[in-house]
Design a protein around this ligand. Structure first.
Ligand SMILES: [Zn+2]
Length: 180
């Protein structure tokens, strides 16, 4: 985990201040501002077709490995907005429902990865962003387990989803209306 060493307001070197229930937190004495650990946040999506019996896997950056659609959360953006924006940008599809699954901190990119299951409005892949995505393909749950990149974060998220998934997984309050 990365910590800020200098105050982003006045540039003074930070000291630490003990905060009850938090422990030592980086603190600028001059501005009396606390600085909590800095890390990136990203979403990873188990994208399902409307019938919810197939999962979308993609290949990117010239690599012959199947992964899940993922993207970073922008500053000032809600995670719900990231799901919708990334799916629209990369796959050209809308999301009809989403459900949070689990998270995993990914050391290599200092990123907190949030795993979501999402349902797309259509299986049509004609609007996939050809610059960002080399290949996007639907797979049955069993086939997706075989085809996903081995020993990857995507594989762990996929296996977890398949373990917890059941009929009526998406409830009424998981559905969203999109006007685009
Ligand atoms: Zn300061």
């Amino acid at each position: 985990m990365m910590y800020v060493k200098y105050c982003m307001h006045c540039g003074k070197q930070l000291s630490t201040k003990y905060i009850e229930k938090e422990g030592d937190v980086a603190h600028c004495v001059a501005c009396d501002t606390l600085f909590f650990p800095q890390f990136n946040t990203a979403v990873s999506m188990i994208a399902l077709n409307p019938a919810k019996d197939q999962i979308l896997l993609i290949q990117q950056y010239g690599k012959q490995r199947n992964v899940l659609v993922a993207g970073y959360v922008n500053q000032k953006e809600d995670v719900e907005e990231t799901l919708i924006r990334e799916m629209k940008e990369e796959i050209g599809r809308n999301i009809c429902a989403f459900k949070y699954l689990k998270s995993e901190y990914f050391v290599r990119s200092n990123t907190l990865m949030l795993s979501f299951a999402v349902v797309l409005d259509d299986m049509n892949l004609d609007f996939v962003d050809q610059d960002e995505i080399d290949c996007a393909q639907w797979f049955s749950f069993e086939k997706a387990k075989e085809e996903i990149a081995k020993d990857s974060l995507a594989e762990r998220f996929l296996n977890h989803f398949i373990q917890v998934y059941h009929d009526d997984f998406f409830e009424e309050h998981d559905k969203i209306q999109i006007n685009t």
